[in-house]
Design a protein around this ligand. Sequence first.
Ligand SMILES: Cc1cc2nc3c(=O)[nH]c(=O)nc-3n(C[C@H](O)[C@H](O)[C@H](O)COP(=O)(O)O)c2cc1C
Length: 295
Amino acid sequence: MSNEKKQCKTTASLCVKLDKCEHYQKFAQYRDKILALSNESLEKTIAIALSLCFVCAILVSISAVALKPLQVENKAMDMKKNILDVAGLLTEGSNIHQDFAEKIEAKLVNMETGEYVEDLDVITYDQRKAAKNPAQNTLIPKDKDLASIKVKAKIAKVYLVKEGEAIKSIILPVHGYGLWSTMYGFLALDADGQTVQSINFYDQAETPGLGGEVVNPNWRALWSGKQVYSESGEVALKLIKGVVDNTKDGSEFQVDGLAGATLTSTGVSNLIKYWMSNEGFAPYLDKIRPECEGE
Ligand SMILES: Cc1cc2nc3c(=O)[nH]c(=O)nc-3n(C[C@H](O)[C@H](O)[C@H](O)COP(=O)(O)O)c2cc1C
């Protein structure tokens, strides 16, 4: 018997079973009763509207479930794209997954000690999820919470760009509150852990044209070459109101503030201060600096 005939037979036997089912018979009776009513009847209007809602809900649920793997895949690709971008390695039309695998090395860092964590799977570890899990996060005391984030993950996921064994970029995840939203981004530093290569914010909801200018490539370009720590080891890098005078002493620690967005600008300064301090990545940078200098 051909496959088509087999399928027809199975469908026919299912229909026969359905016809015999008591619940289906009740449903069919009700359906026929409703369809026989006049189009002006309130009962028919409500029944048709409810059936439509039911069918639409099923369709939406099926698409949500079916599209979930695609969404996860797209999210992962977007994250890789942002990391390549802040590392200055994003090229038009290139294969994101392949470039990321070849050029970027992800590492887990214990935020307290600055040591690498080797007994967790770096690929599946999600720092943002960990920050929401009481077993994996630390509460930040109010007086130290410069970035207004309340909690942080005990383990951070950082990224390195290497040439052979030499570190070329250290990419640190940073986040902090602006005016309307928590801004999530990456800060790329030279191997000295001091000189900024680039910054990008991949998730924020500040006002487009005002605080939302944190994603403007022209503003982002102003960060290149800026210095994080002063000679005394304090975090000195910050946004100032107006335009930086690059001829003045100290301008290496300053970036132009965003016009009409002082509160977002303060948020950016604060998150830099927090994540570059001892509460953030300073212990890690102190650990890897000698490693980089020895290369
Ligand atoms: C609709 C609207 C949206 C705004 N969005 C932002 C914003 O995203 N970031 C920000 O810092 N200020 C924003 N502001 C302005 C702030 O309320 C505040 O006036 C501003 O931060 C002061 O900055 P300035 O001293 O540079 O003018 C917004 C104001 C309005 C009316």
